[in-house]
Design a protein around this ligand. Structure first.
Ligand SMILES: [Zn+2]
Length: 117
C-alpha cells in the first residue's frame, strides 16, 4: 500500500489523479447536498460515473498527445531526410583539368588547384 501511494506521488500523472479525485469528491458533495443521504444509489453512481468519465478522458487525451508527439517526430525525421537529399543534390563543379568534383562555392579545385570559373 505504501509502495502504491509512493508510486502515485512520484508519477507524472499525480496532478491529473489529484484533479480527478477532487472533481469526484466535489460531485459527491454536490450530489449529497442535492439529493440527501436517502438516495444512496445516486450518491454512489454519480461520483463513480464522473470518476470513470474523467479517467477515460484523461487516458484518451494522453494517447492523443502521444500520437501527436510521434507524428511530430516523424515529420522532423522527414525534414532531416529532405535536407540531407537537398545537400547531396547540390550542384557540383567539375574541374576542367582533372575532372574532380568540387563544391559549387569552390574557387579552386581541391585536387589540382586549377582555377574554377
Ligand atoms: Zn582539378
Amino acid at each position: 500500500m505504501v509502495f502504491f501511494i509512493d508510486r502515485i506521488f512520484k508519477s507524472e500523472d499525480f496532478l491529473a489523479i489529484a484533479i480527478i479525485l477532487i472533481a469526484t469528491l466535489s460531485a459527491l458533495i454536490l450530489t449529497y447536498n442535492e439529493i440527501g443521504t436517502s438516495d444512496v444509489f445516486y450518491l454512489i453512481i454519480t461520483p463513480l460515473f464522473l470518476l470513470i468519465i474523467l479517467t477515460v478522458s484523461y487516458e484518451v487525451f494522453k494517447a492523443l498527445l502521444r500520437t501527436i508527439g510521434r507524428e511530430m517526430e516523424k515529420g522532423k525525421k522527414e525534414v532531416e531526410v529532405a535536407e540531407g537529399k537537398f545537400k547531396a543534390s547540390r550542384v557540383l563543379v567539375i574541374c576542367p583539368k582533372c575532372k574532380t568534383k568540387n563544391v559549387e562555392t569552390a574557387k579552386f579545385c581541391v585536387a589540382c588547384g586549377e582555377k574554377l570559373s
